[in-house]
Design a protein around this ligand. Structure first.
Ligand SMILES: Nc1ncnc2c1ncn2[C@@H]1O[C@H](COP(=O)(O)OP(=O)(O)O)[C@@H](O)[C@H]1O
Ligand SMILES: [Mg+2]
Length: 323
């Protein structure tokens, strides 16, 4: 199947400040494709090059090298055709603060070629979808961060795009708005929309994505389904047990002997905690409990920690995503 989006060797060098030096190579040669119907996340820390990539894909800035093909059209050669297919929700909120939510939607809808009854109907639908029908006549500058975000998203949906780009749509919103934005992304996808979502929040990429591309310093350092990426790191599940201090040594010996456990170490900061490594933490846990029980040792706390996208990032870069 031909992918909906193909990014080919994309590079972007920004013009140097004050004309001095080479300029920042913000995107260093990215290639990936996105299938129709996917939620694809670009995950990476601030400055990774996510917004630069989205801006090129939206036709806002030109690439230094490479191209993006969307629905068979090149963004560098036929941006008009691409723009009909895409809805863009920019990272920076782009609304008129002194106008109402509805007037903003009407304004941007007209820019996208909508008008008359069709525009009115579409504004009704979008306001309903973003949950702001009751507040549609109120000015944007009276809205919370989360409400502004939702209007920003609404603008990107007005012309019913095939594909929507959402660039960090949950930054600076309250938890409730974040929840409603993530649910909206899933609902759009269920209606058949393909979504390119960028975030520096590992949990969001984890919750939403069919596939993930991890970006760092302008490069795509990992690409695939979450489970594949996690397996590639070889990071094991950890079971962390808290035990009465007098049992730690005996428990360590006992648990090391279990075939389901590959390693047991005492926590470097807490002498009453053991870290057990296993290929399958959840399956190993009953064996661990049984062995301890038979030796009359009762853990006072148990925690399973499974590798996630954060572990993948740490494994590949040696840094935490949050740094
Ligand atoms: N207009 C610009 N001019 C020069 N450098 C820029 C510009 N926009 C972004 N950059 C730089 O490009 C790099 C990538 O930025 P960006 O694409 O915004 O990353 P992200 O969205 O992942 O946080 C950063 O080092 C940033 O400072
Ligand atoms: Mg950004």
């Amino acid at each position: 199947m031909t992918p909906l989006v193909e990014i080919h060797g994309l590079k972007k060098r920004y013009a140097p400040k004050n004309g001095a030096g080479e300029g920042n190579l913000a995107v260093k040669g990215i290639s990936l494709s996105i299938q129709k119907g996917e939620i694809f996340s670009l995950l990476g820390p601030n400055g990774a090059g996510k917004t630069t990539t989205i801006s090129i894909m939206s036709g806002l800035i030109a690439p230094t090298e490479g191209d993006v093909i969307i629905g068979g059209h090149s963004i560098t050669k036929n941006a008009v055709a691409v723009k009909k297919l895409i809805g863009v929700v920019p990272q920076e909120i782009a609304l008129y603060p002194e106008l109402s939510a509805r007037t903003n939607l009407e304004f941007f809808g007209r820019l996208q070629g909508l008008g008359g009854a069709a525009l009115a109907k579409r504004c009704d639908e979008v306001l309903e979808f973003i949950g702001l029908r009751d507040r549609q006549r109120e000015r944007i500058d009276t809205f919370s961060g989360g409400m502004k975000r939702r209007v920003n998203i609404g603008v990107g949906l007005l012309h019913k795009p095939t594909l929507v780009f959402m660039d960090e749509p949950t930054v600076g919103v309250d938890p409730q708005s974040r929840r409603s934005i993530l649910d909206a992304v899933k609902a759009l996808n269920q209606q058949g929309m393909t979504v390119l979502y960028t975030t520096h929040y590992m949990e969001e990429a984890e919750e939403l994505s069919d596939r993930v591309g991890i970006m760092d310093h302008g490069e795509l350092i990992a690409l695939g389904k979450q489970i594949e990426l996690i397996q590639q790191t070889g990071v094991k599940d950890a079971i962390i047990l808290k035990l009465p201090s007098e049992h730690i040594e005996a428990a360590q010996t006992l648990l090391r002997a279990l075939p389901v456990i590959s390693n047991v170490e005492v926590d470097s900061d807490h002498s009453d905690k053991l870290h057990l490594l296993s290929d399958r933490g959840r399956q190993a846990l009953p064996h661990v409990i049984r062995a301890l029980d038979e030796a009359n040792m009762i853990p006072t706390a148990i925690q399973i920690s499974e590798p996630n996208l954060e572990s993948v990032f740490l494994h590949l870069t040696g840094r935490a995503l949050r740094d």
